[in-house]
Design a protein around this ligand. Structure first.
Ligand SMILES: [Zn+2]
Length: 296
């Protein structure tokens, strides 16, 4: 990830108005650009407040952090690659279990490892756009965001011939306007997540496995990063445990295709029961666990 640092740090410096930080000498575990209005309490990695809000009536939904499905389906997602060593290792683990996942690719890594991108597609996984150099898109101009997404879009097509249909903004940071625009421009749905093992932060395979198993529910979109050895190390036991619990793996687009609208809660109902229906947790008012911990 060292090669990503200049762009990441550029993004940092653009926002470090109130409390500029020194340049990290080694890959930063998590960029937390300071925000002028609330330098201590409001990390810029927080997701937009309306990131998973339902669309206006009659308009297609543009953003998903989880899906509402009838069966025990989940989508494993792997961000920030492809990685020269860890991604091929992961692909073998997935192949052995006949699991299809979704890879949110960083454009400059696509350009570096086009053969791995081909292998991802050949193995039946979904590929998706995760920007060119992993900046915080919500803070950038429209032309700069277009460049980030279009270059990656083109690089993916050049590498494997497949047109990505979905994207995930780095750090989950994408404004409502940008989401509507990306949907119109490229047909991109914006994919967030509801399960976050913080694998970028806690480089421990046991922790990654424990958190994923603890958080995953039917319809989950599980965030992880195949650039980290510890995350890939965690996968055999994690995947086997999820399979043992009855989960079935699909790609994000397959999960989205199964998504069912959640009926609005009746307002005239008398006192709600103590055991809330499943729909109570189906549509979070805000995106999951943004805080200062997100590193998609
Ligand atoms: Zn990322």
């Amino acid at each position: 990830m060292i090669r990503l640092l200049p762009a990441v740090f550029l993004s940092l410096t653009m926002h470090a108005v109130a409390a500029p930080k020194p340049a990290p000498a080694t890959p930063a575990p998590e960029p937390t650009p300071a925000v002028a209005s609330a330098p201590a309490a409001q990390p810029a990695t927080a997701l937009p407040a309306d990131a998973a809000a339902p669309p206006p009536a009659g308009q297609p939904r543009s953003t998903y952090s989880q899906c509402h499905v009838d069966g025990p389906y989940v989508a494993m997602t792997f961000d920030d690659g492809p990685h020269g060593a860890n991604t091929p290792r992961l692909l073998e683990m997935l192949r052995q279990r006949n699991i299809h996942a979704t890879f949110f690719l960083v454009g400059q890594c696509v350009a570096e490892f086009p053969d791995i991108v081909k292998k991802i597609v050949a193995d039946g996984h979904e590929i998706a756009n995760h920007s060119w150099s992993h900046p915080q898109l919500s803070a950038m101009s429209e032309s700069a965001v277009r460049d980030q997404l279009q270059r990656t879009h083109d690089a993916i097509i050049a590498a494997c011939g497949v047109t990505p249909k979905i994207m995930r903004p780095p750090y989950g940071a994408f404004t409502a306007r940008q989401r509507a625009w990306a949907l119109g421009e490229w047909g991109y749905k914006c994919i967030l997540w509801d399960v976050d093992p913080l694998d970028w932060k806690v480089r421990n395979a046991e922790h990654v496995k424990t958190e994923i198993l603890k958080q995953a529910v039917p319809g989950s979109i599980i965030l992880s990063h195949d650039i980290h050895k510890t995350t890939v190390d965690a996968m055999p036991e994690t995947l086997d445990a999820l399979l043992a619990k009855g989960f079935k793996f699909v790609t994000v687009s397959e999960l989205v295709a199964m998504d069912k609208p959640v009926a609005p809660k009746p307002k005239a109902t008398p006192a709600p029961k103590a055991d809330a229906p499943a729909s109570a947790k189906a549509e979070p008012a805000a995106p999951p666990a943004p805080k200062d911990k997100v590193k998609p």
